[in-house]
Design a protein around this ligand. Sequence first.
Ligand code: URP
Ligand code: ZN
Ligand code: ZN
Length: 594
Amino acid sequence: MAPARSNQSRVLIKGGKVVNHDFAEKADVYIEDGVIQQVGKDLSVPGGATIVDATDKLVIPGGIDTHTHMQLPFMGQVAIDDFYSGTRAAVAGGTTMIIDFVIPQKGEGLLQAYDKWRQWADPKVCIDYSFHVAVTWWSEAVKEEMETLVRDKGVNSFKIFMAYKDVFQLNDTQMIEVFKTCKELGALAMVHAENGDMVAELQKQMKSMGITGPEGHAYSRPEIVEAEAVNRAIMLSNQSHCPLYVVHVMSKSAADSITLNREKGQVVFGEPIAASLGTDGTNYFHKCWAHAAGHVLSPPLRPDPTTPKYLMQQLANGNLDCVGTDNCTFSTEQKALGKDDFTKIPNGVNGVEDRMSVVWTKGVRDGLIDECKFVEVTSSKAAKIFNLYPKKGRIAPGSDADIVVWDPSVKRVISKETHHQAVNFNIFEGQTVYGKPAYVFSQGVAVLEDGNLRVSQGHGKYVSRKPNCSHVYNILRHREQTQKPEAVQRDAYSGAVADASFSSPVGKGANSAAGGGGTSPRYGGSGDENGPGSAGRKTGPPPGQTDIHKSGFRLDVSLSRPPNQSRQSDDDRPIRPSSRVNREPGGGSSFTFG
Ligand code: URP
Ligand code: ZN
Ligand code: ZN
């Protein structure tokens, strides 16, 4: 067997088992000029092709890591794995494409940030890559830039942070604006789901209790803080008719929220990461500070040690979709910025190199998924969701020759001593894993041969992605047509109408935020009931209105019915407010199955 060499444009991969997400068969693969030309048995190929022997090995689409942060400036530091060391490590592990995040500072232009990230990435990437863009503040200008990014820059996914209060966090109103804009543009919304206000409060509480170590990170970000945000994000996005992708699903509760919402017909995708599948949050309670801090990322790993298997099961049964890493590495020295205060530990861990082995080991070796599912969750589902399929994520004629010859028999122990990442820590340290690439092809070029790296900086290309991906938008667009809300045709109301110039107590009085404690006149009176000058004043509603304070919250039938409406047969039945609501088809949401 002659090994494949870089820059050789014709390669025949012989004798392996080709595995796609929907079939696996023994077949040869012929590549020319960076594209797969033929897949089958006994191929007739031009002479001079380099032959790669794949006997007893799998020939799979190169891995796609949906979530990386190479050289991210974050929490006062820059992530130590840059676009070179990070993508080189990716190749070592069998990943041939990353989708990284452009994250503008608050107030920074999205296009400016995008250009900056391109300048960082283009000269360094060893494999193809693409960008999601985060929306960290909101204005009309941001909306316009989102449009430009979709139209001219090949971006079709935007991320919102519900955490990192005062830094990246958006509130619900801003989120709705982003979701509406994504829907208009045919882009996919992504969300970092944690209730950032609650996290900030719990961080304060932990510190007031004298908890300053990494365990405070786990205590201040409990599962429910993640699950609540997941649920809220799904509601807000789907009510805006926008599909949602939940990044870094870290807990059982978050996964369950996705499952429940999907069962109700919400369009939402879930991304566990190598970290949440491969290790757990007991590490935050480790006696060695550097070890515990090395595992700090947000949302955190969960102290419940059965979480990784549970998340793998959710991938297996299709409740979760594809595996990313959130690779965002900080050295021990960088993490030590938070040695006296866990809130200052730069958030992020490794994963880009070990993702494929972790999924193979915990998924295929442990009997939870088969080879096809392995391909689905490590590449093809990502390609479908982000509109790259079948260019990426498939071994078929016409697809990019991003191919891994995967040797399932290799056994190794993960260690920071032998990994290719720049960071000096590995969250999977000491774990025995199975499966490793023997060959990796990026655009048809062998970037790993017989286990040896042959990468070159700048070889990777930026991959543009089109909007309106059918995989994420079809059902929502269909429902928009078939489940349109309809106005009820009825005679115009012809009865009396209250005087609109009257200021209600809710608008102006003690209950009003703007009222500032009830100093405004109520019911035309001269002051608050309990305030100065209220003694002896007779309070009551204006003519024709019921005093709700005296009604004991009983709904008065005679008041809830227009004057010209006659008595109904069910008037004697107890009235529940909700029973009077006209529901649109499909229940509370126009985009919910019954
Ligand atoms: O801790 C994390 N996840 N760091 C990277 C930024 C993010 O939240 O994705
Ligand atoms: Zn995040
Ligand atoms: Zn991230």
